[in-house]
Design a protein around this ligand. Structure first.
Ligand code: SAM
Ligand code: DTB
Ligand code: SF4
Length: 335
């Protein structure tokens, strides 16, 4: 059978038709696609760190770090190079191969970018892949980060274009597309996905994935976040998404972007292990590993190690120009 094509011309109807497939048929197609492009038992493992927390001027309705919502998050200024490096080393020692640094900025100032560039060079020096998510960037800022050794830039579309205005008013969808263009032009890899469970319709979930798949290049990483409902945010009382609908979203992402890494991102703490196993079967092959996302919780490291053992998954090894990073989060099975 020939490999699934990498396409950039998906129609909304085609994507909606994938969502509407019988669950087993959808999972079968997604898993078949997954095996054509990826080792089905390998999962890429990233650890997140909030290097500048809270106090953000934006109004993203889901976000615990927006200053305007009373979420109990304490604002903290940008961490020092030494403090970030210590956390990155600990993440590497625990088995992460990529270190993702997040900052609660609308867009960084040039002097912030200069400081983050120093942090990135130092983290890169540990032999880790680097990823940053700092808000909107102009072309020059993207170039500076690339020159510092940044591998990936995370900037999400978050949702479908037609639902976006109900979630965020302080910046436009087009601003996000512009930042993604600057990132691509700087030669950075893109990490771009969205959030489900914010009250969007299935057609809007299809719209998010359609927009991602029709970007000029598929993002190398596609994080699919399930909304973490944080008290004090406008979305705190959103209705929980049916877990099988989440699995469908992963499966459709896998089919639309067959060569990309699809990350089962935020929301794993609210998901049982069987649902996560279905997500891996449906084509998810990346996770955030470590007890914290940016400010909210993530499964315990020991729990994830056990999950990998139970599912015979292994962390993806990353071959970088600096050598081979062996991400070893699972001790051999005793049985
Ligand atoms: N401030 C920068 C920005 O917004 O571009 C970078 C950090 S921001 C926290 C990164 C992403 O985290 C957001 O685009 C959103 O997709 C995700 N996120 C934030 N809060 C979330 C939540 N409560 N549940 C799920 N995902 C969330
Ligand atoms: C992404 O798509 N998800 C991550 C990462 N990119 C930066 C962030 C999830 C944040 C969840 C809520 C929090 O802890 O702030
Ligand atoms: Fe600020 Fe980013 Fe949170 Fe939006 S998602 S409020 S830009 S930290």
């Amino acid at each position: 059978m020939s490999a699934a094509a990498v396409r950039h011309d998906w129609t909304r109807d085609e994507v909606a038709a994938l969502f509407a497939m019988p669950f087993n048929d959808l999972l079968h197609r997604a898993h078949e696609t997954h095996r054509q492009y990826h080792d089905p038992n390998a999962v890429q493992v990233s650890t997140l760190l909030s290097i500048k927390t809270g106090g953000c001027p934006e109004d993203c309705s889901y976000c615990p770090q927006a200053a305007r919502y009373d979420t109990g998050v304490q604002a903290q200024k940008l961490m020092s190079v030494e403090a970030v490096v210590a956390r990155a080393q600990a993440a590497k020692d625990a088995g992460a191969s990529r270190f993702c640094m997040g900052a609660a900025w609308r867009s960084p100032k040039d002097r912030d970018v200069a400081k983050v560039a120093q942090i990135i060079s130092a983290v890169k020096g540990l032999g880790l892949e680097t990823c940053a998510t700092l808000g909107m960037l102009n072309g020059e800022q993207a170039d500076t980060l690339k020159a510092a050794g940044l591998d990936y830039y995370n900037h999400n579309l978050d949702t479908a274009p037609e639902f976006y205005g109900e979630i965020i008013q302080t910046r436009q969808y087009q601003d996000r597309l512009d930042t993604l263009e600057h990132v691509r032009e700087a030669g950075l890899k893109t990490c771009c996905g969205g959030i489900v469970g914010m009250g969007e319709t299935r057609s809007q979930r299809a719209g998010l994935l359609q927009t991602l798949a029709n970007l000029p290049e598929h993002p190398e990483s596609v994080p699919i976040n399930q909304l973490v409902r944080v008290k004090g945010t406008p979305l705190e009382n959103s209705q929980a998404l049916d877990p099988f609908e989440f699995v469908r979203t992963i499966a459709v992402a896998r089919i639309l972007m067959p060569a990309s890494m699809v990350r089962l991102s935020a929301g794993r703490q609210d998901m049982d292990d069987a649902v996560q196993a279905l997500c891996f079967h449906a084509g998810a092959n990346s996770i955030f590993y470590g007890e914290k996302l940016l400010v909210t919780g993530n499964p315990e490291v020991e729990h994830d190690r056990a999950l990998f053992r139970r599912l015979d998954l292994h962390p993806l090894e990353v071959v970088e120009h600096s050598g081979t990073v062996h991400a070893d989060i699972v001790e051999p099975c005793a049985a």
